[in-house]
Design a protein around this ligand. Structure first.
Ligand SMILES: C[S@@+](CC[C@H](N)C(=O)[O-])C[C@H]1O[C@@H](n2cnc3c(N)ncnc32)[C@H](O)[C@@H]1O
Length: 249
């Protein structure tokens, strides 16, 4: 897996997240919940899932790029059901299996497989843009969903994928159209700009705790990640965009 984009970086990231109290406190302040985020999935975004899904008692949920599973466990607390997740990080999956009762697997997008019609809900926050072949991967997700099952995706442009003109022109929207999956999209670029600025303030507030743990490199990385929002919003939005997609089989 060493040849996969950012693989070693994520192994180091989830090893840090496993032990750092400073990082957990930073996440709570920046995102409203500690999901060990390396992205943008704050509580306000993730709770939008609850607008679309009712607790049935027998809900089967899969998270693609689940990290250490904290977001899935948060959803399970509100929706019940069973949780499944995969991530290529062995560190992340080891922690997920320690912390939660669920089906957590080390796996790579495009390689791992599940039986057809397995899930009522598939979530994926800030991960799908790593898929080597988006159309093929969306086809696979569609196959794993039960009839009328829902796909919820947090999708960013300007990092891994270049900024396109609008949500309809993203690689993800094209793949959803290719598989005839109707979708609603919410443009949350402005919200993301505000979140990035909140992330920076939260990192600064916890600087001393990061330093005391010997985690100054992670503190520096968190600050560097937010540099892109140190410009006026209009400039930021020229190179970055973020969307929430809700699609159905
Ligand atoms: C930006 S992080 C997002 C993590 C989490 N979903 C969140 O919102 O905080 C991307 C995640 O995808 C995983 N990942 C990256 N490329 C992957 C791949 N090709 N296959 C499986 N997982 C991958 C990383 O280990 C990491 O957990």
């Amino acid at each position: 897996m060493d040849n996969l984009l950012f693989y070693q970086e994520y192994e180091a990231f989830y090893a840090m997240a496993r032990t750092s109290a400073a990082f957990a406190a930073y996440c709570r302040e920046a995102f409203g919940e500690d999901f060990s985020q390396d992205g943008f999935s704050d509580a306000a975004q993730v709770s939008r899932v609850l607008r679309h899904v009712q607790p049935t008692g027998d809900l089967h949920m899969l998270d693609v790029g689940c990290g250490n599973g904290k977001m899935l466990a948060w959803l399970q607390k509100r929706l019940g059901g069973s949780i499944h997740g995969f991530d290529y990080s062995t560190q992340a999956i080891a922690t997920a299996n320690e912390l939660h009762r669920g089906d957590f697997r080390v796996g790579v997008m495009g390689e791992i497989d599940y039986p057809e019609n397995s899930f009522d809900l598939i979530t994926s926050m800030d991960t799908m843009y790593f898929a080597p072949d988006m159309a093929a991967f969306v086809g696979q997700l569609r196959r794993w969903l039960k009839p009328n099952g829902m796909l919820f995706v947090g999708y960013q442009e300007g990092d891994v994928q270049p900024r396109t003109t609008d949500a309809a022109s993203t690689v993800l929207a094209q793949a959803l159209r290719r598989w005839g999956m109707p979708c609603q999209v919410e443009d949350i670029t402005r919200e993301t700009y505000d979140l990035l600025r909140r992330k920076r303030r939260a990192a600064e507030n916890h600087r001393q705790a990061f330093l005391a743990e010997g985690n100054e490199d992670w503190y520096a990385m968190l600050i560097a990640q937010t540099d892109c929002a140190q410009v006026p919003y209009e400039e930021f939005a020229k190179s970055m965009a973020r969307y929430l997609f809700v699609a159905h089989k």
